[in-house]
Design a protein around this ligand. Structure first.
Ligand SMILES: OC[C@H]1O[C@H](O[C@H]2O[C@H](CO)[C@@H](O)[C@H](O)[C@H]2O)[C@H](O)[C@@H](O)[C@@H]1O
Length: 559
């Protein structure tokens, strides 16, 4: 088990006795608080001061620990300087597309939020990296908000799409440059901008970020090289061979070969591992699969459970993320391969373009063979332990529609699957699953990125029916976000499908507000469907109400 590397090399933020004792003492409500604090002096001085302190009593009493923290650590959030995005202006064109005046006003409020969520990291983080867990970024970042005081990888895809609608091209470009810088430094994009995230990633959206931003711009050779490098990271470290009907298929999974508890959720991981009887090795396995769950972005969900009987059931202790081949990750990589092929064509490197096209075709074939279920009519996660699919509903079962990675008539079947799944009956969005596990990536929570991928996927299906469904889901989601906003004056990271404007819950931390991807998705839907969306239900739109009143008065006249 010692072969596994720790989450990072810092003996304060990722391993060691200070981390262990401070987190176990539960001095703060959230374990993330301590690992986000800045050191007041060099790590060596802090380590030897702690050594002295624990030589008196190996378990340092709570009050002494608090004194020690007051002396050597600063509260989180001090690493930013005051900054307002210079490319922010008050009237981006997309606002004029929104017909409902209340929604238009709200969109302007959301647009204003970029000024609060945009942060510039001080130069001292670059010059004295050893004092911070925050990773220095050369360009300003837009953070999700709340406890998330750093850049997040997959969140930023929706943030950047929102920034582009807000006509903040420089801020969006800076975000992308930060991610390219991270690939250059780490070989992949870490989960988020903290050193304790550096040995795991998140769903790889960088190529699609570049595609959206550079569509009207020149693509540079060095950008292409870094995108290729990120792709290689996923192929070299996250591939798995699946054998079906005598054929081998290469697909991808989330898999983090890193030991120890997650520093930012240290006591959660320790407590979860407590009852394990099989010794330390199985603890390490649990912690690896928890990190792989975090890498998936779905931390945590029944989606990653494999119980002792091989079923997709159980509790968080049954998490086996690395033993599951996810449909959405493979759909995303398929779309990435196609975009990388087109980038290489633009750059004139036809040989590489052909290789990527071939990779996309191979993946399509693998997804057909391993993930597609013709009887059900959707793509399901594949369990490597049992060699079977998990047939429970998750919006990720429809991800290939969003990625446009499917063959034949599958799209129409998938729309029928969705209609029959039971997931469309909720008034406030599509739930993350139909299982109430207490985890945040399950029922009754609905998450912005999943709503967006589903809506975009349906809107691309060549059928009026699917397009109408997409629009109906957009209306539901906007109404949920709007209702919560009118009640709490806030945008949340997730919502409750039954709550009529109620934020989501569950999982290991309180629901957060801010919120980067929620804002990005709301702006995208308001842009796309702004001509028809209303702040009330569809039936209370002024047009329909007027027709209803006219009919009513006609009836009265006839009588
Ligand atoms: O601290 C617990 C976990 O928090 C993050 O996950 C959640 O927030 C992220 C930021 O919005 C989001 O990307 C992720 O999908 C959420 O589940 C973090 O990414 C995890 O690594 C961390 O353990």
């Amino acid at each position: 088990e010692n072969v596994l590397p720790p989450p990072c090399d810092s003996e304060i933020y990722c391993t060691g006795s200070i981390l262990d004792q401070v987190q176990k003492a539960k001095l703060y409500d959230d374990d993330k608080y301590f690992v986000d604090m800045k050191l007041k002096v060099a790590p060596d001085i802090i380590l030897s001061a702690f050594k002295n302190l624990s030589s008196v009593s190996p378990t340092v009493p709570r009050e002494k620990l608090q004194e020690f923290l007051n002396m050597y650590f600063e509260k989180p959030g001090t690493e930013f300087e005051t900054w307002t995005p210079p490319d922010w202006h008050s009237n981006p064109a997309f606002l004029n597309k929104i017909k409902d005046t209340q929604l238009r006003e709200w969109a302007l409020n959301i647009h204003q939020l970029w000024k609060l969520l945009g942060k510039k990291i001080q130069d001292s983080v670059k010059d004295h990296a050893e004092l911070y867990s925050q990773i220095y970024m050369p360009y300003p970042v837009v953070v999700p908000g709340g406890r998330f005081r750093e850049l997040y990888y997959w969140d930023s895809y929706w943030v950047i799409n929102g920034l582009l609608l807000s006509e903040m091209r420089d801020t969006a470009k800076g975000m992308i440059q930060n991610f390219l810088h991270l690939v250059d430094r780490y070989g992949c994009v870490p989960n988020g901008g903290r050193i304790y995230y550096e040995r795991r990633s998140q769903p790889p959206f960088l190529t699609l970020m570049v595609e959206n931003h550079y569509s009207q711009h020149k693509l540079f050779k060095n950008v292409q090289t870094l995108l290729d490098q990120e792709y290689s990271f996923w192929m070299q470290n996250r591939s798995v061979l699946v054998s079906v009907n005598g054929n081998n298929h290469s697909l991808n999974r989330f898999d983090v070969q890193v030991g120890l508890p997650r520093p930012e959720s240290y006591t959660d991981d320790l407590e979860l591992a407590e009852g394990l009887t099989e010794g330390k090795a199985s603890k390490q396995q649990l912690w690896m699969d928890l990190k792989a769950g975090a890498e998936s972005g779905w931390d945590f969900s029944s989606r990653w459970y494999i119980s002792s009987t091989g079923q997709n059931s159980g509790t968080l202790k049954d998490i086996r993320t690395s033993q599951i081949v996810p449909s959405d990750l493979n759909a995303l990589l398929c779309r990435t391969e196609k975009v990388l092929a087109s980038f290489h064509r633009i750059m004139g490197s036809n040989e590489s373009a052909v290789q990527y096209e071939q990779a996309a075709q191979n993946r399509l074939r693998a997804m057909d063979a391993v993930l597609w279920d013709d009887q059900q009519g959707a793509w399901f996660d594949y369990n490597l332990q049992t060699g079977s699919k998990h047939l429970q509903f998750y919006p990720s079962n429809l991800a290939p529609l969003w990625a446009e990675c499917y063959s034949d008539e599958k799209a129409h079947k998938a729309v029928e699957y969705l209609k029959g799944s039971g997931a469309l009956k909720y008034p406030n969005g599509v739930p993350t699953s139909l299982v109430e596990s207490g985890q945040q990536w399950d029922y009754p929570n609905a998450w912005p990125p999943l709503q967006h991928m589903l809506i975009e996927g349906l809107s691309k299906v060549p059928s009026e029916d699917a397009k109408q469904l997409a629009e109906d889901l957009a209306q539901k989601w906007i109404r949920t976000n709007w209702k919560a906003y009118t009640t709490y004056e806030a945008m949340f990271e997730k919502y409750d499908v039954n709550g009529d404007g109620k934020p989501g819950g569950g999982g290991e931390y309180e629901v957060q507000l801010g919120f980067g991807w929620t804002n990005g998705v709301a702006l995208q839907l308001l842009d796309q469907y702004g001509a028809s969306l209303t702040s009330g239900s569809r039936h209370s739109s002024p047009g329909l109400l007027l027709i209803f009143l006219l009919l009513l008065s006609l009836l009265f006249t006839l009588h």
